[in-house]
Design a protein around this ligand. Structure first.
Ligand code: MN
Length: 397
C-alpha cells in the first residue's frame, strides 16, 4: 500500500468523454468546462488528444495557457509525432503532463497494431524516454491492460517505469474486469515491479485506474483499485466516455465522502461543485444524465412515496445518506404525485400561505389524489386550483 492516502483525481471529460458520440464540444465550451473543472478541484485535467486534430491541439493549448490549478495533460500514442504534438500543446501550462499509451493485450497487438510483444516493449520505452525530454511528468497507459497476459503486463510496466514514467495507468479499456480481479492486478504489480508506489516506502511512481462502465462496474472497479494501492482515479463528469462511459467522477467523490469509514482517503474535490459541473456539461453536450443517475440526477434527492416523504420530513437521514447541499444540489426535491401523503401536501400548502383545518385538508387531499391519477406532476398552481372549487372549505391565512 502507498504510504500516503491522497487520491489524485484525473479528469478526462474533455478527452475520453469528448470523443464519444453526442459529446463534441466547441472551443469556448471546452475552455469554460476546463475552468469549471479547475473550480471543482481536479488535480489533472486531460484536455484532449493533440495529434487528433488542429482543433484539439488548439483547445489544449488555450486551456494550458488560461486554466490554472490542475496539471494539464495531452494524450499521445507511442509515436514521435504524437508526443511532439502533445508537448507543443501543453507547453504554456504551469504544470504539464504527457500521457502516452500503447496496447498491451495480444489481441490489440496482433489485430490492431500488428507488432510483436518485443516491439511493443521497445516502443513503450522509447516513447516514455522521448516524452521525458519534454516533460518531467509522464504517464504511461497499457491499453487493454485487463485483458493482457499478467507476465507481459509486468514486463511492459517495468520497462515504462525504467524509462521514466511517473504515473502508470492500468486501463480497463473495454469495461471487462471485476473489482476483485482488478484489485489483484494492482497488488501483483506493486509486488513485482520495482519502483511502484509502496514497494520500498516511496511514492515515486503512482498507479492509476481507468475504468469503463460496459458492465456497470466502473466505479466499483475504481474503488477496488484504490483499495489495492492505486492513487490516481481517471474519470469523467456524468460518466461520459466511450460506449457505456467512464467511471463517474461525482460517484467516486461522493463515495469517498459518505463512506470515509471504509475508504479513508483524502482528495481535493470540492463536493459542492459537483452538481454545477454536471449541469454545465449537460448544457454543452447533446444529453444530460438520466434522472435516476447517482448523485447528480434529477431524482437523486427526490422523494415521491408518502412513506419516504413522511420520513424525510421527520429526519432527512431516514432516506438520504448525504445532503443535496453537500454535492451542490439546491435542495431536496419533494415531488408531489400520486404517491405523496397528506403531510407533504399540508406542508406545501402551508408554504404557499394556506393553513387548512383537518377536514379541509381531507377534502383537498381527496381532490389532489384524483388529479394525481390523471396528471404526472403536480405544480403549485395546480394545488392552488384545488383550493378553489369548494368555497365551503374556508381558507385561512
Ligand atoms: Mn478510455
Amino acid at each position: 500500500m502507498s504510504s500516503h492516502n491522497q487520491i489524485v483525481f484525473f479528469d478526462t471529460t474533455l478527452r475520453d468523454g469528448e470523443q464519444s458520440p453526442g459529446c463534441t464540444m466547441h472551443h469556448d465550451e471546452k475552455l469554460r468546462m476546463a475552468h469549471q473543472l479547475a473550480s471543482l478541484g481536479v488535480d489533472v485535467l486531460e484536455a484532449g488528444f493533440a495529434i487528433a486534430s488542429q482543433g484539439d491541439s488548439d483547445s489544449i493549448r488555450m486551456i494550458a495557457r488560461e486554466v490554472r490549478g490542475p496539471r494539464i495533460a495531452s494524450l499521445a500514442r507511442c509515436k514521435r509525432e504524437d508526443i511532439e504534438a502533445a508537448a507543443r500543446s501543453i507547453e504554456p501550462a504551469e504544470k504539464a503532463r504527457i500521457h502516452t499509451f500503447l496496447a498491451s493485450s495480444d489481441l490489440h497487438l496482433e489485430a490492431k497494431l500488428k507488432i510483436t510483444r518485443a516491439e511493443a516493449l521497445d516502443q513503450a520505452a522509447e516513447s516514455v524516454r522521448l516524452a521525458r525530454t519534454f516533460a518531467d511528468d509522464v504517464e504511461f497507459s497499457a491499453e487493454d491492460a485487463t485483458r493482457t497476459d499478467p507476465d507481459f503486463l509486468i514486463k511492459i510496466v517495468t520497462v515504462a517505469v525504467q524509462a521514466g514514467a511517473t504515473t502508470i495507468n492500468i486501463p480497463d479499456t473495454v469495461g471487462y474486469t471485476t473489482p476483485d480481479e482488478y484489485a489483484a492486478t494492482f497488488r501483483m504489480l506493486i509486488e513485482k515491479v520495482p519502483g511502484l508506489a509502496g514497494v520500498d516506502g516511496k511514492d515515486d511512481v503512482i498507479l492509476s485506474t481507468h475504468c469503463h462502465n460496459d458492465l456497470g462496474m466502473a466505479v466499483a472497479n475504481t474503488l477496488a483499485g484504490i483499495h489495492a494501492g492505486a492513487r490516481q482515479a481517471e474519470c469523467t463528469i456524468n460518466g461520459i466516455g466511450e460506449r457505456a462511459g467512464n467511471a463517474a467522477l461525482e460517484e467516486i467523490a461522493a463515495a469517498l465522502m459518505v463512506r470515509r469509514d471504509k475508504l479513508p482517503y483524502t482528495n481535493n474535490i470540492k463536493l459542492n461543485q459537483l452538481y454545477p459541473t454536471s449541469q454545465m456539461l449537460a448544457e454543452f453536450i447533446s444529453f444530460g444524465c438520466s434522472p435516476n443517475k447517482a448523485v447528480v440526477g434529477a431524482n437523486a434527492f427526490a422523494h415521491e412515496s408518502g412513506i419516504h416523504q413522511h420520513g424525510m420530513m421527520a429526519n432527512p437521514l431516514t432516506y438520504e445518506i448525504m445532503t443535496p447541499e453537500s454535492v451542490g444540489v439546491p435542495s431536496t426535491n419533494m415531488v408531489l404525485g400520486k404517491h405523496s401523503g397528506r403531510r407533504l401536501l399540508e406542508q406545501r400548502l402551508t408554504e404557499l400561505g394556506h393553513k387548512l383545518t383537518r377536514s379541509q385538508l381531507d377534502e383537498v387531499y381527496h381532490r389532489f389524489t384524483e388529479l394525481a391519477d390523471r396528471k404526472k406532476s403536480i405544480y403549485d398552481q395546480d394545488l392552488l386550483g384545488l383550493l378553489q372549487p369548494d368555497k365551503s372549505a374556508v381558507i385561512t391565512h
